[in-house]
Design a protein around this ligand. Structure first.
Ligand SMILES: [Zn+2]
Length: 320
């Protein structure tokens, strides 16, 4: 296996760079790590930093790959460390050049905008080499998420395998979704076009990465590689799971400061007060309540962030 300049070698961890697009003067590359076990097995393709500020992913992948005893591993793990180098270098969730959110433009286009071209290239690489796609995210700078796992709900074997694997990443928040935005995501297109499993795992955000977040990423990487039969060991046990269906992304209709009343992962019932917007004069100008009978908090906007009309305040996931 060769990914750009990284050439896999049995029992070794190698690094290199792979071209995704071009600057006016040089290639736009992502760093790549390949860890290959001594025994044959599947290839786990891990994609990090589709959104620039979500840096818990690449740090965790590098740590995880360096602690594996490759003489005992079956198969190969590829870490594509910076899927959107343009967003990463600007600390930006979006691609500065075209303002696009890459995870909404998959499967991309070979002759489209720069984000569409990078999405096209990322998907081709993942489909060509990966038996399974793990897309690592977080709330980045603006939001804070629960430690949750999403898979694309569709009627094929890849989706069913994704659902099984979602149960093995050490998260009680297991979310099968077919919401409209998912059509433009890497995981949906990977499962649709490849009939192969794909997961998003997210944890934390709010412009920092905590030890708790690192422990969550590590548990997910460990659980997934064990569930795929690549590494030996017990699967994480998940007590009291919170299966999720579709979610609503609540947008502010007035400006002010966001005062959340609930935390990521918290259970909620219909009508429960989830948060308020307080204006610059200290007056309450909006209050948001839970729209579902039973739900949990997928993510909240960072507490006290100034918000414009239209900014997302919360992601509320309906209990499945
Ligand atoms: Zn993200």
């Amino acid at each position: 296996m060769k990914i750009g300049t990284a050439i896999a070698a049995k029992g070794q961890l190698v690094t290199g760079h792979v071209e995704l697009a071009q600057y006016p003067d040089t290639p736009i590359v992502s760093p790549v790590m390949i860890a290959q076990g001594l025994k044959p097995g599947p290839t786990l393709w891990i994609q990090c930093c589709v959104h620039g500020p979500e840096i818990g992913g690449p740090i965790s992948v590098a740590r995880f790959l360096r602690e594996i005893d490759l003489s005992t591993m079956s198969g190969t793990i590829v870490g594509l460390m910076v899927a959107n180098p343009l967003g990463f270098r600007q600390y930006n969730r979006l691609t500065p050049q075209d303002g696009a959110n890459i995870n909404r433009v998959f499967p991309g286009k070979a002759d489209g905008s720069i984000s569409e071209q990078m999405a096209h290239r990322l998907l081709q690489l993942a489909l060509e080499h990966g038996d399974m796609l793990l897309d690592l995210h977080s709330g980045g700078d603006l939001t804070i998420t629960a430690h949750y796992v999403i898979y694309a709900k569709m009627d094929n074997a890849g989706s069913r395998e994704a659902q099984r694997l979602a149960g093995c990443v050490g998260s009680r928040y297991q979310w099968g979704s077919d919401e409209p935005w998912m059509k433009g995501s890497a995981l949906t297109n990977f499962t649709l076009m490849g009939n192969k499993p794909a997961l998003i795992v997210e944890t934390g955000g709010g412009a920092r990465v905590t030890e708790h977040d690192f422990a969550n990423y590590r548990a997910s990487l460990q659980g997934l590689t064990r569930a795929m039969g690549m590494l030996a060991g017990d699967l994480p046990t998940v007590t009291d799971p919170r299966p999720g269906g579709n979610a609503v992304h609540l947008k502010a209709q007035v400006g002010g400061f966001w005062h959340p009343n609930v935390a990521p992962g918290e259970d909620m019932v219909r009508g429960q007060m989830m948060g308020r917007i307080i204006n610059i004069f200290g007056e309450k100008v909006a209050e948001v309540t839970c729209p579902f009978e039973h739900a949990w908090v997928g993510s909240i906007r960072r507490p006290f962030m100034p918000i414009y009309s239209g900014d997302q305040m919360m992601e509320v996931v309906e209990r499945a």
